[in-house]
Design a protein around this ligand. Sequence first.
Ligand code: PAF
Length: 279
Amino acid sequence: MEIVRSRDALRARVAGWKAAGARVGVVPTMGALHAGHLSLVEAAQAGADRVIVTLFVNPRQFNAASDLAAYPRTETEDAAKLAPLGVDALYAPGLAEIYPEGFATTVSVAGLSEGLCGAHRPGHFDGVATVVSKLLLQTGADRAFFGEKDWQQLQVVRRLVTDLDIPVEIVGCPTVREADGLALSSRNARLSPGARTVAPALHAAMQQAAAAIRGGAGVAEALAGAARAAEAAGYERVEYIELRDAASLAPLAAAPQAPARLLAAAWLDGVRLIDNLAL
Ligand code: PAF
């Protein structure tokens, strides 16, 4: 597997593949790869002839300097995980390749970026939308694979690709979970052993709320009950737990008639965890 550092070298590689008739897939990541990322690589390999994984820890999507500093940088380990899978290129650009001197553009997706995580992490989705636009345009991929674990991010990316006419198909891939239900996340590694045993309680509480809503319970009561259950299990604070339209993310106060998503963010052991499920 080749490690590519510059946009121009990557474009030359991709042009060669496309000239040979290959469909190119990309999996954007910030590294610290776990089985969830590797499932995206697997999906990309099934849906494309050539696969690029990008690795760029994007400073613009961190709203706390401490969070950016704490983010693991594990390129050597990440490359070692990807090489045996047959990934064609790891694109690991330096900061100047993404944000060269004078860089002055922000991609901002109104509406979809504003509630849920956007309300608690100001500027986060502008950072995501900007870097994802750059990565899609730099790679020129035909298909891009994102995890459903970051459901709001997935909707933001779908919108920006449509609005900016970026010629790429966005593919959402199911969340990968531990056997006890905890959604895989690079943040899980920061949990103490005690907190790790508590962590699945959020997903369990969300499942109970979803079942209650499906069974006719009031949405507000079911969501409040789920927040209480997660906090009773040991979560410090549920930041939000909400029922939203799956695509527009419009709030839903009653049992949904169209595809809906239950989304939550909560703090455990000083770590912010997110999860979502279909309803
Ligand atoms: O989901 C992530 O890892 C990041 O938000 C992404 C899409 C790679 C952009 O930096």
